[in-house]
Ligand binder design. Structure first.
Ligand code: ADP
Ligand code: MG
Length: 683
């Protein structure tokens, strides 16, 4: 069977269905097989009509005796059918599906799955799925089994997907690209049964085995891909490897001594790791992770200095003009003690003509740098301060433009170990896991609705007494990377309400993602210069602004944010010497949401919070609930801690013994397929 055939080759399939499949990104039969259920309904139990109980979810089989439409007092339309088997009769109802009256005429044998409820005083089956029984020996697809439910899909029903998949799975032949010893050692099933059981599980146990098998396949491929990328990166020989001769070492030491502060042990360790990389004969590809305020910039500055000492320039790229400007200022301070002084340049959309010198040692900028850089000598070091927002596409572009530069990516996004192993396996990772001395942890509280006014009064008081500044973060309206119009509108309203009704005596400003870069910068500047007391913002301020005088962060609709994201927001305060506070407003009636936010109040390390969230929200249970949150993985989950470790060992073991993939043509072919656009950015 050729699974690369188009879905157009599916038997008895209407063009409309084929188009709907394509709209879901399902182009080939293989894509269809890999369209996994998001959850299942357990309709395994089949009962005689007379014996079913109110509250049970199960399957009933019987003959239709009559059917009629029914209108409820609230104006809902129903279709009600009387079903009969040898043991008795029961009503079954559907909501507003008039066509059923034509389909289920008296005498038709039907299998109906759903939940039995009391309707008035009668036991009634509320139908979830049904199928007409023609051949009593034939397997059922939509009832009488564990039934797969596929992710919400415009107009394509799970029923249709089941009907397309079932015959495909029945005749499925597929050779397993994962080497057999690996499958055996890790207790995996064969790939064909895995596909069959993930779509139509015979039992929960078989489902588990299938999921584990397919997840292992997915993880193995990603991890192997990362490892191979890392190997090939390390095979690029640098034309001029860096050196650290005694004279250079002395100057580096001099710079460290002249810094406005002394490095923390965590910063020292991270810079040592970077320095070791820089002295190797192949390019560095390191990720420096550290919470906001952990002090990543100085590590980048030291790397840039070592690059300068080797006669090469450095590029430092920030995600926004504001951040580029801040880096530029910060670097001036960090390089202040260096003699002779370094030539620093700033290159953003707004400043390119005024401040750029033709020759520079360190050039700071936004992605506009990429165009500027074209045609110049390749930099020795590229630092990407992605601050967790930097575009994947730009990153890819940068890598191809520059000719083998050392690459240092800095991120404040905590990367749980499982994510690091799976998606970032080709990177070396350094973590700054402690804040500079003297930082007070931000005191964080949940504010119940009845204390909201008191909290507002307290904030107004803080502003008056301590001349402190405050962030108000508006709730996420829709989950989306781009700021939606709805969010902007909501932010506008909240801004007006706070300005007119709550803090009429204070100076308020508003910033959101729909403002032009120049407007944003202007608002930020006024806040930075303390011409505003309160900055109302959508989550855009997440991209990082250093305003040490801000010491209060208020987050509305806190339950909607992930802990890692809340943590980023909280990191905007607590940068100065004053005790800072973070107040969470929102809807906390859900016990689990409250517990999650409770953890947030008591924990201050980003990585700990991210791993907690992964465990708490990562994977749900099989029946009833959605299985995965949104993630880059199709079937595995980053909360599969054990599986990811097992897979990691399997990949290492495999690479140790098989340097040449030539003997594994199926595996090689599978790896080649990984070069989808999403993979480009996972350097
Ligand atoms: P981030 O990791 O968020 O980029 P920065 O590099 O901007 O953090 O550093 C945050 C602040 O902490 C800056 O004002 C910086 O000067 C200061 N800082 C960094 N390292 C130290 C240190 N070792 N001791 C004292 N202050 C430090
Ligand atoms: Mg930073």
């Amino acid at each position: 069977m050729d699974l690369q055939q188009s879905v157009a080759s599916l038997p008895r399939t209407r063009p409309a269905t084929i188009n709907q499949l394509r709209a879901l990104g399902i182009a080939t039969l293989m894509d269809l097989l890999s369209h996994f259920p998001s959850r299942y309904e357990d309709y395994q139990r089949v009962s005689a009509i007379a014996r079913c109980q109110v509250g049970e979810t199960l399957t009933l089989k019987g003959y239709v005796r009559r059917g009629q439409p029914l209108f409820t007092k609230t104006g809902l339309r129903l279709e009600r059918f009387l079903l009969e088997d040898d043991s008795g009769t029961i009503s079954a109802i559907w909501y507003n599906q008039p066509y059923l009256l034509r389909l289920l005429y008296p005498g038709v044998c039907v299998s109906v799955a759903g939940t039995v409820k009391l309707f008035g005083r009668d036991r009634t089956m509320i139908a979830g799925g049904f199928e007409i029984i023609v051949d009593p020996q034939a397997p059922t697809l939509h009832t009488g089994r564990i039934v797969p439910v596929y992710p919400e899909t415009a107009r394509l029903s799970s029923k249709t997907i089941r009907e397309k998949l079932f015959p495909l799975l029945k005749d499925l032949t597929l050779s397993d690209w994962l080497p057999e010893p690996i499958r055996n050692y890790n207790g995996l099933t064969d790939i064909v049964s895995a596909y069959r059981q993930i779509h139509f599980p015979d039992s929960q146990t078989q489902y588990q085995a299938a999921r584990r098998t397919l997840a292992f396949h997915e993880l193995f491929l990603l991890q192997l891909h990362s490892s191979l990328t890392k190997q090939s990166w390390q095979r690029q020989a640098l034309k001029q490897p860096f050196s650290l001769l005694p004279d250079q070492a002395a100057r580096l030491k001099q710079m460290i001594n002249a810094l406005p502060f002394s490095l923390t042990p965590a910063q020292q360790r991270c810079f040592r790791e970077v320095q070791t990389d820089l002295l190797q004969p192949f390019p560095m590809n390191r990720l420096l992770q550290g919470d906001v305020g952990a002090g990543k910039t100085v590590v980048a500055a030291l790397a840039a200095y070592l690059t300068y000492l080797n006669g090469k320039t450095s590029l430092i790229m920030a995600p926004t003009a504001i951040l580029a400007e801040q880096h530029y200022q910060a670097l001036h301070r960090l390089f202040a003690g260096v003699d002779p002084p370094l030539r620093l340049g700033l290159y953003t959309g707004a400043t390119k003509t005024t401040r750029t010198e033709p020759r520079y040692d360190v050039l700071v900028g936004t992605q506009a740098l990429l165009n500027f850089q074209a045609g110049r000598t390749a930099p020795g070091l590229v630092v990407i301060d992605e601050q967790h927002r930097f575009g994947v596409a730009q990153r890819a572009k940068l890598k191809t433009k520059a000719d083998q530069p050392h690459l240092l990516t800095m991120t404040a996004t905590p990367i749980p170990r499982t994510v690091a192993l799976t998606l970032y396996g080709e990177l070396d990772i350094s973590v700054i896991d402690a804040l500079p001395p003297g930082r007070l942890p931000v005191k964080t509280y949940l504010v119940p609705p009845e204390k909201r006014d008191a909290c507002y009064r307290w904030i107004a008081e803080q502003v008056k007494q301590h001349r402190t500044q405050v962030f108000f973060i508006c709730p996420l309206i829709e989950e989306s990377d781009q700021e939606t119009l709805a969010s902007v509108r909501a932010a506008n309203q909240e801004y007006k309400r706070l300005k007119q009704q709550v803090f009429p005596q204070l100076r308020l400003g508003l910033i959101h993602g729909r403002l032009k870069a120049r407007e944003k910068q202007a608002v930020m500047q006024t806040f930075y210069r303390h011409q505003l007391d309160i900055l109302v913002a959508t989550a855009v301020v997440e991209v990082g602004i250093d305003v040490p005088n801000a010491s209060v962060m208020v987050i509305e609709g806190a339950q909607r944010y992930g802990l890692a994201q809340l943590h980023q927001l909280r990191g905007r305060v607590g940068r100065g010497h004053r005790q800072s506070y973070c107040y969470l407003f929102g809807e906390f009636s859900d016990r689990r949401a409250k517990q999650r936010l409770g953890v947030f109040c008591s924990q201050s390390l980003g990585l700990t919070l991210a791993e907690y969230d992964l465990r708490a929200r990562g994977a749900g249970t099989l029946f009833g609930q959605r299985q995965h949150g949104r993630s880059e993985l199709k079937i595995a989950s980053f909360s599969d801690f054990r599986l990811i470790d097992q897979c990691h060992q399997a990949v290492n073991h495999f690479l140790l013994h098989h340097h040449d993939l030539k003997n594994f043509p199926l595996l090689t072919a599978e790896l080649a397929k990984l070069k989808s656009p999403a993979m480009v950015g996972r350097d």
